[in-house]
Design a protein around this ligand. Structure first.
Ligand code: HEC
Length: 91
């Protein structure tokens, strides 16, 4: 019976670690809200929405937007890049 306990607790740990990440709701939601709030200030958010970029390209784009004067903290940048990389990947 002992091994069953071990297997069960390993499964619980796995579910705990990867279940949340797979669903990914909080990160995705936060990134999307930030994107909609911060990225429509100078141009329409249709501008990024019509693009498809790799994560690295989105990172470079968002950092460039900060250079244009976008009010973004490092945490905002990573949340927005995360959202963009998932929602608008390279076609
Ligand atoms: C301070 C004003 C400003 C804000 C805020 C801003 N942008 Fe821009 N954006 C620009 C300007 C100016 C250009 C045109 C010059 C260029 O492409 O660098 C541009 C162009 C773009 C382009 C088209 C060029 C390309 O690389 O594909 C995309 C996509 C883009 N912005 C995405 C974003 C995203 C995502 C955000 C939010 C993180 C954002 N922008 C916020 C000023 C801004």
């Amino acid at each position: 019976m002992r091994w069953k306990c071990g297997v069960l607790s390993v499964m619980v740990v796995f579910l705990f670690l990867f279940g949340g990440a797979a669903v990914g709701v909080p990160a995705e939601k936060g990134g999307r809200a930030l994107f909609e709030k911060k990225c429509g200030a100078c141009h329409s958010i249709d501008k990024p929405k019509s693009q498809g970029k790799t994560r690295a390209e989105w990172q470079a784009t968002v950092v460039r937007m900060k250079g244009h004067g976008a009010a973004l903290t490092d945490a905002d940048i990573s949340a927005i890049v995360d959202h963009l990389a998932r929602a608008y990947p390279k076609k």
